[in-house]
Design a protein. Structure first.
Length: 316
């Protein structure tokens, strides 16, 4: 099979028929063998009923319905696990991503130049204050932190070699950082393509300030996981030892000067009246806790089992 198209969605009943017909037209015109996975992430409108009717009309349409809204990352995870195509395309369901871009994205992957190609919506039709400016700040921070030189990390339109989606773990809210996850997994051929961005035709954007804040928090998380995720003791253990040594050396100086004053019969104060006593005590306690955190992290890493991150209500 040439292509698998994975489309996560939430309450997009108006756009689904038009999107399906558009994709089908492109697929038929290029003689692609394909499958379309619609992942209904807990929609409360008639999106699922429309997906069911589309599957009766087109046997290449497949669907997954979650019991409730689990998030885009979980939807992509479920779709990636079921894809059969040599190339996997992801796109949003709101008609802001153009299916006409798919053939060129497909060629960029199959020609062997790239493992992953991310869309770049160079000209956007979103609100400047509400989405454009936050996205620019977010993408700048992501480039600086991850080392992956992309202009638009959050673009839903991406193309993957099948090996990429089968070897990365998309969880939490990490869908924004799939290129970083791919890089960390050893897929270094990551490219970018300027794609057409269209104004939203139906419904309203689900982007909010909470998603902007969460994006930066996830950026910190993925930096930590990519750097110390397999060796937490290297971070927490090192910090713990450093803090403990600072406290131990401070306590040593307090004891030394106490003995020095006693030896020279000079007036002294109680050790507990010296503020450095509490500083040294606190740093040793914190150092011990950090060391234990690293130790526990290593134990958890070696004994953890895969958890079920979402519940599927229906699938066909």
């Amino acid at each position: 099979m040439n292509l698998s198209i994975v489309i996560p969605l939430l309450n997009e009943q108006e756009s689904l028929p038009e999107l399906h017909n558009w994709i089908k037209k492109v697929m038929d015109s290029h003689n692609f063998s394909y499958e379309i996975w619609f992942i209904d992430d807990g929609s409360t409108d008639h999106s699922w009923q429309i997906i069911q009717s589309l599957s009766k009309e087109n046997p290449n349409v497949k669907g997954i319905r979650f019991f409730r809204n689990y998030g885009k990352s979980q939807a992509l995870h479920a779709g990636f696990a079921r894809t059969n195509g040599d190339v996997v395309i992801t796109m949003d369901a709101d008609l802001q991503d153009s299916p006409d871009e798919i053939p060129e994205l497909y060629n960029m992957i199959t020609q062997g130049d790239y493992d992953l190609v991310s869309g770049w919506k160079k000209k956007r039709y979103d609100s400047v204050i509400g989405k454009n400016l936050p996205s620019k700040l977010f993408n700048w921070a992501a480039r600086k932190t991850s080392g992956v030189k992309l202009h638009d990390f959050n673009c839903g339109l991406k193309a993957y070699n099948k090996n990429v989606v089968k070897n990365i773990e998309v969880s939490g809210e990490m869908h924004r950082y799939i290129p970083v996850l791919a890089k960390n997994a050893g897929f270094s051929k990551i490219g970018e393509k300027v794609v057409q961005h269209q104004a939203r035709k139906y419904g309203h954007s689900k982007f909010g300030m909470n998603r902007f804040i969460n994006g930066f928090l996830d950026l910190i998380t993925i930096w930590f996981l990519s750097t110390f995720g397999k060796r937490p003791m290297h971070l927490f253990g090192a910090l713990g030892v450093l803090m403990f040594l600072i406290g131990f050396i401070s306590a040593g100086f307090i004891g030394f000067f106490k003995l020095w004053k006693l030896y020279h019969q000079e007036p002294t104060i109680l050790v507990t009246d010296n503020p450095w006593f509490y500083i040294s005590l606190a740093t040793m306690v914190i150092g011990t806790q950090l060391f234990l955190a690293g130790f526990l992290g290593e134990i958890i890493l070696r004994t953890k089992s895969d958890e079920e991150r979402y519940k599927i209500e229906q699938e066909f």
